[in-house]
Design a protein around this ligand. Structure first.
Ligand code: MG
Ligand code: MG
Length: 257
């Protein structure tokens, strides 16, 4: 990661919108196909096909050797789960799906957590509140605010529910690289952070746990799980700071926001 925040021109933001809209329509397609009995590998295949037919390249595939197009993380898995024919979704599971696309030299990145059939009220609430924390973060992406105002928006809302905010993984700038400065934590470290300027594009991604904030990485070297094995939720959007307010590049058509 270089150190400088790279501001994007309006025409570059348009390219990022194209990438992010492939991400968005792919996540919608995956969501429509999540049901008990489906493997995470099947969802991965579906996503890759949908992406490539629009001219996009799945951004995670081969990234530091990651084998899938999607990151698919079930229940206590937080992020970076590997698609597998052996992982079959069951009623009551939750599935976090993270997807990235590259096209015309720019990246898109977004994630949603999807209930499989009926889930408990406790888990449904975790999903609802994690998504809402992302929306508060987006509202904080105004010119004049700083990156930590975005972080604090997540933290202030989430801490009221007593959930664990994952600290080991954070959001990021995005553009012609998948990960660019600045880091966008989901908590406030007390450190000074950059001001938000028009042309900044951030991937904001709260990872929120029912229990402890502590996580660990499985032996596969990728899958991050909660230390207490309680359920985790993850929502992410790529958002541009503009003179007219935050522009959610990865907004899904079915999204009421
Ligand atoms: Mg992502
Ligand atoms: Mg991301």
């Amino acid at each position: 990661m270089g150190r400088q925040i790279i501001l994007k021109s309006p025409s570059e933001i348009k390219k990022m919108l194209v990438a992010n809209q492939i991400v968005a329509n792919t996540l919608e397609l995956v969501e429509d196909n999540v049901k008990p009995g489906v493997s995470t590998w099947q969802l991965d295949q579906l996503a890759e096909k949908n992406c490539r037919k629009q001219g996009g390249v799945p951004a995670f595939k081969g990234y530091r050797g990651f084998p899938g197009s999607l990151c698919v993380s079930i229940n206590e898995e937080v992020v970076h789960g590997i698609p597998s024919k052996k992982r079959i979704l069951q009623e009551g599971d939750v599935l976090s799906v993270d997807f990235g696309v590259q096209i015309n030299g720019f990246f898109g990145d977004s994630a949603i957590t999807i209930p499989v059939g009926r889930v408990s009220d406790e888990i449904a609430d975790l999903l609802k509140h994690t998504q809402q924390s992302l929306y508060w973060a987006i509202e904080a992406m105004k010119i004049g605010n700083r990156v930590h105002d975005v972080s604090k928006a997540v933290q202030d809302y989430i801490e009221g529910y007593g959930y664990g905010i994952v600290r080991n993984f954070v959001g990021h700038g995005i553009g012609s690289s998948l990960h660019e400065p600045p880091e966008v934590p989901n908590f406030y470290s007390g450190r000074q952070t950059p001001k938000l300027h028009p042309g900044m594009v951030l991937a904001v991604e709260p990872m929120i746990n029912l229990g402890t904030e502590e996580v660990k990485v499985l032996k596969d070297g990728w899958t991050v799980i909660t230390a207490d094995k309680k359920v985790s939720a993850h929502f992410e959007h790529s958002i541009a700071v503009t003179e007219d307010g935050p522009l959610v590049l990865s907004r899904r058509q079915n999204e009421e926001f």
